[in-house]
Design a protein around this ligand. Structure first.
Ligand code: ASP
Ligand code: MG
Length: 406
């Protein structure tokens, strides 16, 4: 069981978490719990570290920011004991959660479960602070913001847990953003791949790395709300599972949007080998992550246009890089548009069904929404449109794919 910051925000909430854990123990389960820091606490700690020095030593930064989870782990163990449930905390270095030495962005390499398994078998709930580990030199590390989801999945994998229940402030994964489409439905099940694609296009419920790890280790992850009382349903939230387990497959799992990209068109570039490499090589050297890429046909003999998207925050940097590389690339002009949105439909069902993309293009076309660029993967179709049509496009597609709740 993993509890996020909102679930751990204050003693009252921690008591509720303790009673939920006690419920699982009463049902005969052996439980390990991974906790986040109280909501807002990590931001506060990061603020302290930066205030002490904007160039804070990363290793000491980790000592500071890892402390939020130490507090909640100890408090939950106390609350469990007070509720009559034997429990103890296991800090990252005690377990140990061995990570790389990359302070503030460490990756988990191994979780030693021998001691914790013995303790759990003896009836004690293990409470483990998320987000933290221990580096090769024995010093405290952290996994990057949002990292406690990954801590939970790694521990579940190492323990060969039946399930990894991730309690958060939403009750599952929805077919789209319910703020845009009130008739969005909660998905009973979603595959790892769909979850990853949805996360990559802006539907953030779990840290992406935790989903990658769950997929690799085949950990069954359940997303559910700690604000809804426990009932009798063993699968009350959304289960993130392997494709084989995903029986009643919908064609489309969800519609996602992303307003964090900007479009750049490099026009009048020579239509010859090596030019595209010159454009994207210059951007890669500047660490700009390019997403959608479209190369148009040469409508003026010998030249072509290349359109692509970059993170909106890196638009100015990208334009600067292209200006400096003009001699090397040899283009006529660069134009850009930050007022764009990427809309994506995701679903493993499209592997075996024709016409999925056409449904999207038709639905948008019928509403007069112009498509500026298209990319596809095996289980995703994304289009770039004017930002002002984001909500309309999401609603129209949600209906077109039959996702609206009845
Ligand atoms: N407390 C850490 C953060 O806020 C880790 C987490 O909650 O996942 O990023
Ligand atoms: Mg989180």
């Amino acid at each position: 069981m993993k509890f996020g910051g909102t679930s751990m925000a204050g003693i009252e909430r921690i008591r509720e978490v303790a009673s939920r854990v006690a419920g699982e123990v009463a049902r005969g389960n052996e439980v390990a719990v991974v906790v986040s820091a109280m909501a807002g606490e990590t931001d506060r700690l990061v603020g302290f570290a930066h205030a002490a020095s904007p160039l804070a030593d990363r290793a000491e930064y980790d000592v500071v920011v890892a402390s939020g989870e130490q507090i909640t782990a100890g408090l939950l163990a106390i609350a469990l004991q007070a509720a009559g449930v034997p429990a103890r905390s296991w800090l990252g270095w005690q377990l140990a959660v061995a990570t790389t030495g990359a302070h503030s962005t460490a990756r988990i390499e191994a979780v030693d479960t021998s001691a914790v398994l013995a303790s759990m078998a003896a009836g004690s709930v293990a409470v483990v602070p998320g987000f933290q580990g221990v580096g090769p030199d024995g010093r405290v590390t952290t996994l990057g913001r949002g990292g406690s989801d990954t801590s939970a999945v790694a521990l579940a994998a190492a323990l060969h847990a039946d399930r990894c229940d991730i309690y958060t402030d939403v009750d599952g994964v929805y077919t789209t953003d319910p703020r845009i489409v009130p008739r969005a439905r909660k998905l009973k099940r979603i595959t790892y791949e769909e979850m990853l694609e949805l996360a990559s296009v802006g539907a953030k419920v779990l840290q992406t790395r935790s989903v990658e790890l769950a997929m690799k280790e085949k950990v069954r992850v359940q997303v559910l709300s700690s604000f809804i009382p426990a009932g009798n349903d063993p699968e009350p939230g959304t289960m993130v599972v392997d494709e084989d387990e995903h029986v009643e497959q919908e064609l489309i799992a969800g519609v996602a949007y992303n307003r964090n990209e900007a479009k750049i068109t490099v026009a009048g570039v020579p239509d010859k080998p090596g030019v595209v490499a010159a454009i994207f090589g210059a951007l890669a050297d500047a660490q700009v992550n390019v997403d959608m890429i479209v190369q148009n046909i040469a409508y003026v003999a010998g030249t072509t246009d290349v359109t692509f998207t970059v993170p909106r925050t890196e638009l100015a940097l990208s334009e600067d890089v292209l200006a400096k590389a003009k001699g090397n690339i040899g283009y006529a002009s660069v134009t850009s548009d930050a007022a764009v949105a990427k809309i994506s439909v995701v679903g493993v069902g499209m592997r075996s069904h024709a016409g999925v993309a056409v449904t999207m293009f038709r639905a948008l076309g019928d509403r007069g929404i112009n498509i500026q660029a298209i990319t596809t993967s095996e289980i995703k179709v994304s289009v770039l449109i004017a930002e002002e049509y984001t909500e309309l496009a999401v609603r129209v597609l949600h209906t077109a794919y039959g996702l609206d709740a009845t």
